[in-house]
Design a protein around this ligand. Structure first.
Ligand code: TYM
Length: 354
């Protein structure tokens, strides 16, 4: 993304001067993986450090589109907040909150349910993957998941949304919803968001199968690195990661058709804050028996302080709750006028006067 704000010309009295505002979210539906860290959290911190206005949300309403045990959901919400903070999110510079504490998300999602078309949602690959064969038994919420995601983003008039590759289709739908809303009501109200899918780790793959995404829902724990894994576990998982018998090539082109090797090189690049080109130059010609310990050492060096800090933060849940509450109030202050104006555009009578 560019560092400079790009105001859009105002066309009607409902138009907003769109400035750069970053929004993103993560589901509290289990532990954080290296994929979440490299594809999302680490980049959230970079955007904060670049001085962007940043709003980060723990999307608990999204999590319940599949069954969540209530006590586990509360614990996972706090643990995810600890993960944000331990990764470097500063709650005085970024807004950090959980979605259900700002009612506007669900309210705007309803309006978007009436804007989005069944055909659009039917095309969503994540729904097909998550619902599996038994679609009839999937929750209505799982089907409508992308309209809530559009509401998350557009409730703040966010312009830039950093995500991993797997969220691209949902962001395209968000753009379609904004365009259709603006068109249907003849306004220039919702911005058309830019996906920010950047860096070497927009799709971190499973350590057991380089053609599958690293995911918290994979049945094999060996397929992923969790942010809560200790140093020995991280090293063991990398040592056991699937590879091929060839040494590492001299160039990125040489990784063609070698998904596991490519994945480990990308992970190395992302952890070392270098490009994949620079990474391959550093490791060219090495056997995996030499490269894997290098990668394990780097992963432990980068991740161990985060998991240590998460554990410390989890000892004070009241402080986490305070941070989320404060974030929710600040988020709500941005969201409420946008929601009210949206209701007005749609023709909802507002007469309570409070
Ligand atoms: P979720 O919770 O599945 O994942 C959170 C973020 O982590 C990224 N990610 C990955 N990146 C690279 N490699 C991987 N293996 C990997 N696995 C996960 C995801 O792309 C995501 O950026 N629908 C979203 C949550 C959401 C949201 C939003 C995001 C709700 N509302 C509004 C942005 C804006 C999701 O399920 O993320």
């Amino acid at each position: 993304m560019t560092d400079t704000a790009q105001p859009t010309a105002t066309k009607t009295d409902t138009a907003a001067a769109f400035k750069t505002r970053v929004f993103s979210g993560i589901q509290p539906s289990g532990g954080l993986t290296l994929g979440n860290y490299l594809g999302a959290l680490k980049r959230f911190v970079e955007l904060q450090e670049r001085g962007a206005e940043t709003i980060y949300c723990i999307v608990d309403l999204h999590a319940i589109t599949v069954w969540q045990d209530p006590a586990a959901l509360r614990r996972n919400t706090r643990e995810l907040a600890a993960g944000f903070l331990a990764s470097g999110i500063d709650p005085t510079r970024s807004i950090l909150f959980n979605q259900s504490q700002v009612p506007g998300h669900a309210q705007l999602a309803w309006i978007f349910n009436c804007v989005a078309r069944m055909g659009w949602l039917n095309r969503m690959t994540q729904f097909k993957d998550k619902a599996g064969k038994n679609r009839e038994n999937a929750s209505v919420g799982l089907f409508a998941y992308p309209t809530l995601m559009a509401a998350d983003i557009l409730l703040y008039h966010a312009t830039h949304v950093p995500v991993g590759e797997d969220q691209k289709q949902h962001l395209e739908l968000t753009r379609d919803i904004a365009i259709k809303f603006n068109h249907d009501y003849g306004v220039d109200w919702f911005p058309v968001v830019e996906p920010v899918i950047e860096g070497p780790a927009t799709r971190v793959m499973s350590l057991r199968d380089g053609t599958k995404k690293m995911s918290k829902s994979d049945p094999s724990d060996m397929s992923r690195i969790n942010l809560t894994d200790d140093a020995d576990t991280i090293a063991r998982k990398i040592r056991k990661a699937r590879t091929d018998p060839e040494p590492l090539p001299e160039t990125l082109e040489g990784l063609e058709g070698r998904p596991e090797a490519r994945n480990l090189v990308n992970i190395f690049a992302a952890l070392a804050d270098i490009t994949p080109e620079q990474a391959i130059r550093q490791v060219a010609g090495k056997q995996f028996s030499e490269f894997k310990p290098m990668l394990a050492e780097l992963a432990v060096e980068r991740l161990a302080p985060i998991s240590r800090r998460m554990a410390e933060l989890m000892e004070d849940p009241a402080e986490i709750d305070r941070i989320l509450g404060d974030g929710a109030r600040r988020a709500d202050a941005i969201a409420t006028p946008i929601l009210e104006k949206t209701y007005d555009i749609v023709g909802m009578l507002r007469t309570r006067g409070d």
